[in-house]
Design a protein around this ligand. Structure first.
Ligand code: PHE
Length: 452
């Protein structure tokens, strides 16, 4: 298999820059908004354990595989497959990734828009003195409306497009490396406040005490989807980023570091949220609105809550932005490299298409809430299809590609940077890529779909 030169290609400048960009992609609403609500929906502790198992056994290997494909192919998600497997149908994995990217961008921006609204509301001190019921009411009346949520969604999408278009990714790296540690610090402080609330113990038990009696194939699939969503894997975002990684960077280390950081932040978010959920008598299974009804309550119980609330929602919005740019980049890299569009045209086309779908996602909490298939409204359906079906299916094909299609000497070549680095655990990794990961993903995916 040929190796492609990265000459003249845009690339991340430092090891730290790559870790920041990849971690920036991974860490986002997935950790702080989606993780807690999926844990809540899936019954708590047992889910957490399964999730952690999936991250280690499936997440890290898929992430590593994406980096390998991207850096070796030196192209976008679709183009890399075309180059590494010329004349074969593997590029369809890239096509699937692009479809998933549109879907995720569409619903991701709904929630990011809510976050922006909460930034402004925090500034305006709108939650001060409100009871937990009133905070609930506030969220209800906001997110079921049409105009405001749509406006915020469009603002968020424009911000994403602007960054991708103007290529200020390097600037983003600079800011995220300062801001993300700050987000972690804030989460730690919030977690401390949350676990010291009266009645917090039930929340910790909910999160950490596994009850396997509630685990069914739906819970397994939810954990798989959440793991893939949170790590940004299965749709080529990290193939695209991998193609910007320089030849001397250590792919194995990057994958482990990024996955660790991502998982730590999700767990921390869980510790900040669940004790408070129980302390305020809220419902852990309340769905996508969970953090928007819980967090303002926590801030109200904190000295300096006004300041914390503003800072937190600002940081969350930034975390969302560094994720959404990695999603849009999948589409834009494809359009510019394969269809020869200018970056400007590509960005514009992609964001307009995503915004079109996005409108339906946002409206599905209000105007369109009765448009449902199998009890899922449009938002839920796109989220389910992209996160729980397309990402795992993409991940499955990606590990099969690296485990079975690529020559194992080529894989080793990428992992060792042509023999420069010592590759630890290579045989174990190959065994996971060939057998464990494909089987595990296939079983969870097809079992929950009733195919096996
Ligand atoms: N991982 C991101 C988050 O947790 C979302 C994402 C999914 C980004 C898929 C890229 C690809 O917010």
């Amino acid at each position: 298999m040929a190796k492609f030169s990265d000459e003249g290609r845009d690339s991340f400048t430092s090891k730290f820059g790559i870790v920041c960009a990849a971690a920036g992609s991974a860490i986002g609403l997935g950790n702080i908004w989606r993780f807690p609500y999926v844990v809540g929906d899936s019954g708590g502790g047992a889910f957490l354990l399964i999730y952690l198992g999936f991250i280690v056994l499936l997440g890290i290997p898929v992430m590593l595989s994406e980096f390998i494909i991207g850096r070796r192919g030196q192209r976008n998600a679709l183009g890399s497959f075309k180059r590494l497997a010329p004349g074969k149908s593997w590029y369809l994995v890239g096509v699937m990734g692009i479809v998933a990217a549109f879907m995720i961008l569409a619903f991701y921006s709904t929630i990011a828009g809510w976050t922006l609204h909460y930034v402004i509301q925090s500034f305006a001190n709108s939650f001060a003195g409100k009871t937990s019921a009133e905070i609930n009411q506030f969220f209800e009346s906001f997110h079921t409306r049409a105009l405001m949520p749509l406006l915020w969604q469009l603002i968020f999408m424009s911000m994403t497009a602007w960054i991708i278009f103007s290529g200020v990714k390097k600037g983003i790296e600079k800011y995220t490396k300062v801001l993300m540690p700050f987000l972690v610090l804030l989460l730690v402080i919030m977690a401390i406040r949350s676990v010291t609330l009266p009645g917090a113990k039930d929340g910790l038990l909910f999160l950490f005490k596994p009850d396997f009696s509630a685990v069914d194939s739906g819970v397994l699939l939810a954990a798989l989807g959440q793991a893939f969503f949170s790590l940004s894997i299965g749709m080529g975002a990290l193939i695209t980023y991998g193609s910007y990684i320089r030849k001397h960077n250590n792919l194995g280390n990057i994958s482990v570091q990024v996955s660790l950081a991502d998982t730590m932040i999700a767990t921390l978010a869980g510790v900040a949220i669940f004790p408070a959920v129980f302390a305020f008598g809220l419902d852990p299974a309340e769905g996508p609105g969970l953090i928007f009804t819980v967090l303002p309550n926590i801030f109200q119980q904190m000295p300096g809550g006004y300041f914390f609330s503003i800072t937190f929602f600002v940081l969350l919005a930034i975390a969302a932005l560094t994720s959404s740019i990695s999603i849009l980049e999948v589409v834009v890299a494809y359009l510019t490299e394969e269809l020869n569009l200018t970056r400007r045209k590509a960005t514009l086309m992609a964001i307009i298409a995503a915004a079109f779908v996005g409108v339906f996602c946002t409206l599905s909490f209000g105007t369109l809430k009765n448009v449902t298939i199998k009890e899922l409204h449009i938002f839920g359906m796109l989220d389910f299809t992209a996160s729980n079906l397309l990402l795992p299916l993409g991940g499955l094909l990606i590990v099969i590609f690296v485990g079975w299609y690529m020559k194992s000497s080529d894989v080793k070549d990428e992992l060792s940077n042509k023999g420069v680095l010592k590759v630890k655990l290579f045989d174990i990794l190959m065994f996971i890529l060939k057998f464990i990961a494909p089987l595990a993903i296939a079983i969870v995916l097809f079992d929950s779909l009733g195919i096996i």
